[in-house]
Design a protein around this ligand. Structure first.
Ligand code: ZN
Length: 309
């Protein structure tokens, strides 16, 4: 969500780093190959298994050998990082190495790898041994360094402005989202997110990632609410600041069909902006079975009906 975004100055610096990478790779066509990015940056990727009991001593030993010196507190750092629940990955600056838990489902690797790559290119992250779990890798994570890495990961995986330019030439629909998902080889949720937030920040657009109102197991997640993310374009956040997650989920609930996968519904409804004006909105809902995604955008302001007595 926009309030998890780094400040403008940091965003500018991070984009500069991402653009340098893209330029050095000859401004590649999507999808970006992260192996190429790592080889450009001389970054190594190593998989580990979090279920391996001898992991910490083994890693500590190997790291000391490669570094050809004793890294102060390395064992303690590793132990700490690994003992945190659900650690997925970490970046070891001293070794220019990304460590990724091979037990994490494969579709998540791309985002995690990009996130760790960004840690390695942001100059002010160099002094940290950063371990990442499901929370820090979540795009809404507010911790400063994590929000920065997630912001940069998005810019890298969607080739900075290229994605927005291409998205603008397509309709706002799941057909376009699926097309761009394939083209950029990113997840459908991250593609959906980017379309809602960035395709045109001046259009009021919103998106929700939630459970299926009729099947709690479809799109289930750890959070306390039926929805996981409520995403808004800049214009939507400004003009419809009173539209809450609850209101949007209620729209999803009221229109949802009993289909479990694929298109769930397409409908029109009305919402009210901050000035009290009614707007017609187009809604489209799609289920991947792992998440239910609802896309919404305003069509037109409803004409005021003048009562003639
Ligand atoms: Zn991180």
């Amino acid at each position: 969500m926009s309030d998890a975004l780094p400040d403008e100055l940091e965003r500018h610096d991070i984009r500069k780093q991402v653009n340098r990478i893209l330029r050095d790779l000859g401004n590649p066509e999507p999808p970006i190959k992260l192996a190429d990015v790592r080889s450009l940056l001389s970054l190594d990727l190593q998989y580990y298994s979090s279920s391996d009991p001898g992991l910490v001593s083994e890693l500590t030993h190997r790291f000391q050998l490669i570094a050809k010196k004793t890294i102060p507190d390395l064992g303690r750092h590793l132990q700490l990082a690994l003992s945190k629940s659900k650690l997925c990955a970490f970046w070891v600056p001293a070794l220019s190495r990304i460590m990724l838990d091979g037990d994490v489902p494969e579709p998540k690797h791309r985002w995690i790898e990009a996130h760790e790559i960004i840690h390695s290119v942001i100059p002010w992250h160099k002094n940290f041994l950063l371990g990442d779990n499901a929370q820090t890798l979540d795009p809404t994570c507010h911790a400063v360094l994590e929000a920065e890495a997630n912001y940069g990961a998005g810019r890298l995986l969607f080739l900075d402005e290229k994605f927005n330019a291409e998205a603008k030439d397509l309709d706002l629909s799941f057909k376009s989202i699926k097309l761009l998902q394939k083209r950029y080889a990113n997840s459908i949720v991250s593609t959906f997110w980017r379309i809602v937030e960035d395709r045109n920040p001046l259009d009021p657009v919103f998106g929700m990632v939630s459970i299926h109102p009729h099947y709690a197991d479809v799109g289930s997640h750890d959070g306390p609410n039926p929805w996981r993310y409520f995403i808004r374009s800049e214009a939507f956040a400004r003009q419809f600041s009173r539209i809450s997650s609850e209101t949007v989920y209620e729209l999803v609930r009221s229109h949802a069909s009993r289909r479990k996968a694929g298109p769930i519904f397409a409908a029109q409804d009305t919402i009210i902006d901050d000035r009290g004006e009614e707007w017609e909105v187009e809604l489209e809902c799609f289920s991947t079975t792992h998440a239910v995604l609802t896309l919404g955008y305003t069509i037109k302001e409803r004409p005021v009906v003048v009562q003639v007595s």
